[in-house]
Design a protein around this ligand. Structure first.
Ligand code: FDA
Length: 426
């Protein structure tokens, strides 16, 4: 059994949805594009799973957050794919790929042949077992990567009202889940080994603001240690966790947010890799000219960093996807991809954005007792990064531009005094 398509996308997540829209903008004909996804639903905005999806009141549900609503573009419901003649093969995994023969084999036993392939397989969560802890299969241990995980999490939260949750990990999944647990009236302890939350991005001063805010909502931070094992009852349910520092915490549920790994196994030994991702050029084209890689799996040249990086963020997924499609369909009019790294998060009433890089010297600005503050990073005499909590649209446009332009900063003290004004005036 087999079918052939000019264009095939493996993976039906954020990047796949944005790629599909871009294909139609570039003049795709009916029957030319096939998307194969092991999820049972059409591509959706994954960040919604740790935000609106977990709200106790009026939660977001599909079809409300199908791509590409996250960028205020058309919402691609299953019907949209039908209307555009795009073959959406759902609930089906690609089991093996042969890039020399341009074929894919699915779990349904179908062989699919392509002229151009876009790899958009995203990431998977790191499981507890990978750090030496058992318990991933317990009914009250939750991860958060896909709709099935989020649905389980909602069900577990509903059974745990006024109970205790342990969040393992202090990154953005941990932080966003902790906020949702509080909103669902669950007592939260966050356990992570670092000295403060979001330590890869936040400065200690920024982290301290968010930790204080979370503490004011009742969240208990247990830092500088980690979970060594989980405690189970006779039915296999988790009832607590042992910490490396000897403490034991009670738990009615556990959320694990300890990182993600790109889904690249299908292509090991077939494509060139760098920094754990599939290495591509500035057109998102891999070492095989018929194969492009986008989203979490791609290691692409980031001019801004002067380096090749893998970026596990939604903005990069959207933009790499659009760019790869443009490079395939309209190569002559597609210049090299020029990406300004951008991350964001929303928790409780808070909302921040970060542009650029957090290297070099840092100064803080704004009112850390209020609602609008941030940090600016200078490296080699230039502005290279800006974090802003509570900004308005105009502020974010201004800081993105100042960072992209790498505005010259002669005097660090002046940068600190000017704060956000520095970016706005550049
Ligand atoms: P994505 O993971 O979206 O999609 C990959 C798809 O491929 C999945 O459907 C998967 O099942 C499928 N697949 C994998 N292997 C397959 C195979 N062999 N065969 C068929 N299908 C296969 N970022 C940010 O900047 N701000 C934020 O607030 C958030 N929030 C957030 C919350 C949560 C809960 C998560 C999990 C992630 C975020 N992110 C984020 C990160 C962001 O969502 C992520 O970077 C993008 O979803 C990446 O898009 P991709 O399309 O690359 O992968």
């Amino acid at each position: 059994m087999g079918r052939a398509f000019p264009y095939v996308i493996i993976g039906g997540g954020v990047a796949a949805g944005y790629a599909a829209l871009e294909f139609t903008k570039k003049g795709l004909s009916h029957g030319e594009l096939c998307i194969i996804s092991d999820e049972p639903v059409a591509p959706y905005e994954r960040p919604a799973l740790s935000k609106g999806f977990l709200f106790p009141e009026a939660p977001s549900r599909l079809p409300g957050f199908h791509t590409c609503v996250g960028a205020n573009e058309e919402k691609l419901t299953p019907n949209w794919y039908k209307e555009h003649g795009i073959e959406l093969i759902l609930g089906t995994r690609v089991e093996s790929a042969n890039v020399r023969r341009k074929t894919l084999l699915t779990t349904m036993g179908e062989t699919i042949t392509y002229e151009f392939l876009i790899i958009a397989t995203g990431s998977r969560v790191v499981k507890l077992e990978e750090i030496g802890i058992n318990g991933s299969d317990a009914e009250n241990v939750c991860y958060l990567r896909d709709l099935a995980d989020a649905t389980k999490l909602v069900n577990v939260m509903q059974k745990c009202r006024n109970g205790n949750a342990i969040v393992i990990g202090g990154g953005y999944i941990g932080m966003e889940c902790a906020a949702s647990l509080v909103m669902n009236k669950i007592n939260v302890s966050m356990v992570f080994p670092g000295p403060y939350c979001m330590s890869r991005l936040f400065t200690p001063k920024i982290a301290s603001y968010y930790e204080d805010f979370y503490k004011s909502k009742g969240v208990n931070f247990i830092k500088g240690t980690s979970v060594s094992s989980l405690v189970f009852n006779s039915e296999g349910k988790v009832t607590g966790a042992n910490l490396k520092d000897g403490r034991q915490l009670p738990a009615d549920m556990i959320i694990v947010g300890i990182g993600a790994r790109p889904n690249t196994n299908l292509f090991t030994g077939q494509l060139t890799f760098e920094k754990g991702g599939i290495k591509v050029n500035s057109q998102l084209q891999s070492s095989n000219p018929s194969v492009y890689a986008v989203g979490d799996v791609t290691s692409f040249p980031v001019k801004f960093y002067g380096d090749t990086r893998r970026v596990e963020h939604v903005d990069a997924a959207r933009r790499t996807a659009r760019h790869a499609v443009s490079a395939i369909m309209d190569p002559k009019n597609t210049p090299g991809f020029d990406y300004l790294p951008f991350f964001y998060s929303r928790v409780f009433s808070l909302s921040w954005r970060f542009y650029g890089d957090n290297v070099g010297e840092v100064v803080h600005f704004g009112d850390f007792n209020g609602t609008k503050f941030g940090a600016l990073w200078r490296s080699n005499g230039c502005l290279v990064g800006c974090f802003l909590e509570g900004g308005g649209d105009d502020d974010y446009v201004a800081i993105a531009k100042a960072v992209r332009d790498k505005a010259a900063v002669a005097d660090l003290g002046e940068l600190e005094r000017a704060g956000l004004g520095f970016a706005v005036e550049v």
